[in-house]
Ligand binder design. Structure first.
Ligand code: GDP
Ligand code: MG
Length: 440
């Protein structure tokens, strides 16, 4: 994410730090370099100019603080201003006073709307909500099927009406949501390759008839300045209330996406960092700024880990381990804790100094998923007492989990190995489990 931008800024900062005492000219030159880097990364011209004018004003007029080097102070000012540029505080999703809350998702074709709708559905479901996904892209049956498949994979209800017009389908979806107590309603609208009057009129009609709590504009970070231009055009028509940046995992220059907030004055609410449905993050301006400036996102790393590792669970496990009762149920619950921490590569990237160096590292998340599927296909008895796993049970589990008998054998073997290890277990903890997650 923003690797190139980060590396280039790092170079400028290093030069700055090497200078010791800073003259006004030094600062001016450094900021000129920053400006060049921003423009090379596709940051909108006006946005970059305003940004640097603010930094310059503060940097030149600043008081000298004894313990902080002048270069550090300049970098801190750049950081602060970048946080402001990205919106200052992080913005939450709005909720309607009268349910169901409607989130209308708009954007150009291919920007990632349908994927985002499913991700948002999953995100809200995890928070205990019962979302409804609405396929309002009636022109393309394939688009509706895509949403259906995604919805099914995350266990979220999807509404697909044979209405002729999208606004009618959306209203039918609202009825359906009310009748079934589903909330919020997430509307996946049609996109076009270019801004198009007919589409805009349709979106405006949906907006008028459903009064959404939020219109969320989805911007593809890979499309450079086009993303900013389409954001402007959509904003003029629909006054969307939030933006979503997608495909930040790609190696786009990314600067255009950073300009969207400044150009529309609407907050960025989420970022999407992969095709998988859990690759969605709430957007935090200060964390994004520290990622861009190469400090690594330590804060969110810590937060993610805390969220995922349920302390109580860990203690219970430890007690079990001491008594050597560890069974496949515990194995599964540990596995889920690990999975909650999100894509492993994403986690590594948040460690300071790691960004950009991870391109070749592949974490085998498929293996984690396979293990989970296998354990889920076991009966409770089998999970608690793996000794009963004879040949026919193993064949049944393999069929049920879409794996091969060899995979089951390997997992059972690992489990047994682990139990043997546990005989010598002193302290330890989930770290040991993580080491075991290499196969099948
Ligand atoms: N790498 C990556 N691909 C994404 C992301 N979001 C969506 N995509 C992919 O982009 C393509 C278009 O997405 P889709 O949701 O169908 O876009 P829509 O036409 O706006 O509905 C699909 O192949 C998605 O898998 C993302 O954050 N990262
Ligand atoms: Mg779509």
């Amino acid at each position: 994410m923003f690797d190139e931008l980060t590396q280039k800024l790092d170079k400028v900062f290093r030069r700055l730090r090497g200078m010791g005492i800073l003259s006004e000219t030094n600062i001016h030159n450094a900021l000129r370099d920053v400006r060049r880097v921003l423009l090379e990364s596709d940051v909108n011209l006006k946005v970059a100019r305003d940004f640097l004018a603010r930094v310059q004003e503060r940097a030149v007029g600043q008081e000298v603080i004894g313990s902080v080097s002048p270069a550090q102070q300049v970098i801190k000012i750049i950081f602060d201003e970048m946080v402001e540029l990205l919106g200052g505080e992080s913005a939450r999703l709005l909720v309607s006073p009268r349910p169901p809350t409607v989130y209308m998702v708009v954007g150009l074709q291919g920007s990632g709307k349908t994927t985002f709708c499913a991700k948002l559905g999953l995100h809200l479901k995890t928070k205990g909500r019962r979302p409804l996904l609405v396929a309002a892209d009636l022109q393309r049956p394939a688009a509706q099927e895509q949403l259906e498949i995604l919805a099914e994979s995350i266990g979220v209800t999807v509404f697909r009406e044979k209405a002729n017009r999208a606004p009618d389908a959306c209203e039918a979806a609202m009825d359906y949501a009310r009748r079934n107590s589903l909330d919020p309603v997430i509307i996946d609208t049609a996109g076009r390759l270019h801004i198009d009057q007919v589409l805009m009129a349709e979106l405006e009609e949906i907006q008028q008839r459903l009064s959404p709590a939020e219109i969320l504009f989805v911007a593809d970070s890979m499309t450079g300045q086009d993303a900013v231009n389409s954001a402007k055009a959509f904003y003029d028509k629909l006054q969307f209330s939030g933006a979503i940046l997608t495909k930040l995992d790609g190696d786009a220059r990314g600067g255009a996406a950073l300009s969207i907030r400044a150009v529309t004055q609407q907050p960025i609410k989420f970022i999407s960092t992969g095709e998988k449905l859990d690759a969605l993050e709430v957007f935090h301006p200060s964390r994004m700024a520290s990622r861009i400036l190469g400090k690594g996102d330590v804060v969110s790393l810590v937060e993610k880990a805390q969220e995922a590792i349920d302390q109580e669970e860990a203690e219970k496990l430890e007690q079990k381990l001491r008594k050597r009762e560890f069974d496949f149920e515990d194995f599964l619950s540990q596995l889920r804790q690990l999975k909650k921490m999100g894509p492993l590569a994403g986690m590594l990237e948040m460690i300071p100094g790691m960004a950009g160096r991870l391109k070749d590292v592949k974490v085998d998340e498929g293996a984690l998923r396979r293990i989970e599927a296998i354990i889920l296909s076991m009966t409770l008895e089998e999970r608690r007492n793996p000794k009963v796993l004879n040949g026919s049970r193993r064949r049944r589990i393999a069929r049920g989990s879409g794996t091969r008998v060899q995979d089951i054998n390997r997992l059972v073997e690992q489990y047994q190995q682990m139990r043997r290890m546990l005989k010598n277990f002193k302290g330890g903890g989930p770290g040991m489990l993580r080491r075991m997650m290499k196969a099948p």
